[in-house]
Design a protein around this ligand. Structure first.
Ligand code: HEC
Ligand code: HEC
Length: 131
């Protein structure tokens, strides 16, 4: 009786560990980047995304669709949330503003320029008011 219980518990622990391992596996799906450089580091990508949250006063799910059936997880590579494409337009606009109107060190990739950023217009609001 006791032995059987132990077997069940050992078996269950195995599957739980397997699940944890799968969730943290270092596999990387191909990124779906149309504006940012493809060779961007995870840290750089995260810090840029963090600036969007602050600039617009939103959470990641404002632009990123949820994984079906998992209310808590976002599918960052998915384009299902239309706001993501709207954000891409804004990103292209900001890159153009910086690249075409301000002096910058040509060793810097235009995607990473910060002379004008989302925050300059948005100031914590997703939809900045007209003046
Ligand atoms: C204002 C909209 C917006 C917000 C808010 C936002 N993102 Fe993004 N995110 C985007 C866009 C647009 C892209 C695609 C960029 C491109 O095409 O180059 C992207 C791409 C990503 C990717 C790369 C996905 C892939 O293709 O592999 C990750 C990861 C990501 N975002 C994480 C986050 C996290 C985490 C947060 C919250 C801290 C966040 N994002 C908030 C708009 C947003
Ligand atoms: C030059 C000013 C300006 C800059 C810079 C700017 N935005 Fe916007 N953005 C606006 C305005 C104004 C609106 C509101 C438009 C409306 O209400 O229809 C807006 C709206 C949006 C929206 C809502 C969808 C839409 O198109 O209305 C998103 C998402 C967005 N901006 C993301 C960004 C991100 C991300 C950045 C930085 C990469 C950024 N914006 C930089 C002015 C700006």
């Amino acid at each position: 009786m006791y032995r059987n219980k132990l077997k069940v518990i050992t078996g269950l622990s195995f599957f739980i560990l397997l699940g944890v391992a799968a969730a943290h596996a270092p596999f990387q799906k191909e990124r779906n980047l149309k504006v940012l450089p493809k060779d961007i580091s995870d840290q750089k990508l995260d810090s840029i995304m963090e600036t969007y949250n602050i600039a617009l006063g939103v959470k990641c799910e404002f632009c990123h669709a949820k994984v079906k059936g998992f209310a808590d997880s976002l599918d960052y590579a998915s384009d299902a949330e239309p706001m993501k494409e709207e954000a891409r337009k804004m990103m292209r606009m900001v890159i153009d503003i910086n690249k075409n109107n301000f002096w910058y060190n040509k060793n810097t990739q235009p995607e990473y320029l910060k002379t004008v950023t989302c925050r300059h217009c948005h100031r914590g609001e997703a939809f900045p008011p007209e003046y």
